[in-house]
Design a protein around this ligand. Structure first.
Ligand code: ADP
Ligand code: MG
Length: 306
């Protein structure tokens, strides 16, 4: 094995984690955010990058791109049970980019930050052939929710609908028609800040679905050292016809929340609008996907870069 492609994204992250000693008084690599206890609270820090022709097409509307860049980071803060507060913006720009375009991007970024009460405190600006947007977002929480604290025999839930972003992307890429909902979910997904206060009292572990339902569920399994049974027929699935269910769940970019909770809280949780019970955790340490009673083995669990 001599290339990064052969090694794989998550093995590379594991390698980085073993090279750099991790602190004992803070949580570093391995969750949706780094978690730093400070002054009776916990700072949450996350960073995500969007690169032209990797994450978005060149004609992605600038306003939507700015909204997406903020929301994908807010989603990681929410997944740790927090509130976003401060942002840093790093831009790589092609010199031929029109000033009007960057102005449209910045105005939308301003509005989106204002919506979430986020202050932009700094950043970095460089030249590149491709547009790349990198946001570091800092938030805080009184009670962090981790990927690593699920226990066997708990329920597994997701918020919202899965697969709309996949279908929006597929339609744009192949010049097909799609519902406004699918297009919007790919072009400008929204973090679930609307649900976090209701979920937080119950969630024993949580992750946001950015890379695919199964892949992100698998992160909870490996971090928490539990197994999971997930029932495909229970997933609230996007009803677009262009992709099948396995492709819908493997694309990611849903930015919904996947969380575990004690069975005793089931009726309280199911009274939260937009939350669906899709499975449970167990002792098996492996994730099993069922579809109407049959075990299925998907070829792809989710998106990886290499
Ligand atoms: P998410 O999808 O929630 O943004 P990622 O899969 O990107 O999470 O990252 C998982 C964990 O690995 C996070 O804790 C992140 O900070 C860490 N990580 C990813 N890439 C690197 C890197 N190049 N160096 C150090 N840590 C990294
Ligand atoms: Mg995440």
């Amino acid at each position: 094995m001599d290339t990064i492609k052969e090694l794989g994204e998550f093995e590379l992250i594991d390698k980085i984690k073993t090279i750099f000693q991790q602190p004992t008084d803070a949580l570093g690599i391995g969750d949706d955010c780094a978690i730093i206890p400070i002054c009776n609270t916990h700072l949450l820090v996350t960073v995500d990058t969007l690169i032209e022709n990797v994450h978005f097409f060149s004609d992605h509307p600038m306003e939507k791109l700015a909204e997406k860049a903020v929301n994908i980071n807010v989603s990681d803060i929410v997944a740790c049970g927090g509130v976003p507060k401060w942002a840093f913006l790093s831009l790589s720009l092609n010199p031929s980019m029109k000033i009007a375009q960057i102005e449209a991007f910045l105005e939308s970024l301003r509005k989106t930050c204002a919506f979430y009460n986020i202050y932009l405190l700094g950043g970095n600006t460089t030249k590149d052939n491709k547009l790349s947007i990198n946001i570091t977002l800092i938030g805080d929480t009184d009670k962090p929710i981790l990927r690593s604290t699920a226990k066997p025999n708990q329920d597994v839930y997701i918020t919202g609908k899965i697969g709309c972003s996949a279908c929006g992307f597929y339609a744009i890429k192949n010049k097909l028609s799609a519902s406004d909902e699918c297009l919007e979910r790919f072009l400008s997904p929204k973090a679930r800040t609307d649900l976090i206060d209701q979920i937080k009292p119950y969630a024993t572990a949580m992750i946001d679905i950015s890379d695919g339902l199964l892949q992100d569920a698998q992160h909870i399994c490996s971090s928490s050292n539990v197994g999971m049974d997930i029932f495909l027929e229970k997933v609230n699935m996007c009803d677009d016809n262009n992709l099948d269910d396995l492709d819908k769940i493997a694309f990611g970019e849903d930015y919904e929340l996947l969380f575990c909770a004690e069975q005793k809280d089931r009726s309280a949780i199911l009274s939260i609008s937009g939350v669906t019970l899709i499975g449970h955790t167990n002792n098996s340490k492996k994730l099993t996907l069922y579809n109407n009673g049959k075990i299925i083995t998907p070829k792809k669990y989710g998106f990886t870069h290499f």
